[in-house]
Write a protein of this length. Structure first.
Length: 236
């Protein structure tokens, strides 16, 4: 089964209702976040969904400035990431965010021992609908200014997981290579988009009730209590 076939037709209708669904992709460097976000956008749009990808503000900064950010510039990058996500959520039903403010906060902590960005970044990230955490099972690849080396992946991954635990929101770890990685992510997204339909089915499903000889109340104790003689109180 290809990724394009995973989402049911009803998902398009659900995604068009109510507030935008923001799906955040987090993870250490060279774990395929950008590639995965682009492919998810392509597949969702091919299904007729109003989906858009939000680029990584850190990458935009490095490309524009030709260097990595300095310590005092990390807060601005985190704020820009949140601004880009907020702008996209006003125009689209599904937003695929290639990181949130949480990643600049993590890098500020890891690189500069500065934890001051966590409070606001965690508050911003708590507003997303779903978090996909890319695992470390893909080979590290160099990418100019955007990557420091394979040795930073495990400690950065640990900091991201710790921040997500503080936020207290569930997240899905996306693993696998190639199409398997995409299908893994799509399976989680399918579950998110189908939530309103599941709630509707649960609300409309008939409720099972117990009927006894003496009443129609399934909670009535008369159907299980017995008298002092051991007989059913309703028996002669």
């Amino acid at each position: 089964m290809s990724g394009d076939e995973l989402l049911p037709p009803v998902a398009g209708e659900l995604a068009g209702q109510g507030a935008a669904q923001v799906i955040a992709l987090l993870g250490a460097e060279s774990t395929g976040k950008t590639t995965l976000a682009r492919e998810l956008e392509r597949i969702l749009r091919a299904r007729g969904l109003n989906a858009a990808m939000v680029p990584e503000a850190l990458r935009l900064f490095c490309d524009a400035m030709g260097r990595t950010p300095r310590p005092h510039e990390q807060a601005g990058i985190a704020q820009e990431q949140t601004r880009l996500i907020d702008a996209a959520r006003r125009a689209h039903h599904i937003v695929l965010a290639d990181t949130t403010a949480l990643m600049p906060a993590v890098y500020s902590d890891f690189l500069f021992d500065d934890k001051r960005l966590y409070a606001q970044a965690e508050a911003d990230h708590a507003q997303v609908s779903m978090t996909l955490l890319t695992s470390l099972d893909v080979a590290w690849q160099a990418d100019g200014l955007n990557r420091d080396g394979p040795h930073v992946r495990e400690p950065v991954d640990a900091l991201v997981r710790a921040a997500l635990q503080r936020i207290g929101r569930p997240y899905a770890v996306v693993a696998g290579l190639g199409a398997a990685r995409i299908d893994h992510a799509l399976s989680a997204i399918e579950h998110l988009l189908d939530a309103p339909a599941r709630q509707l089915r649960a609300a409309s499903a008939p409720r099972w009730r117990w009927f006894c000889e003496r009443c129609d109340d399934g909670e009535c104790e008369q159907h299980w209590l017995s008298g002092p003689s051991g007989k059913d109180p309703g028996s002669p």
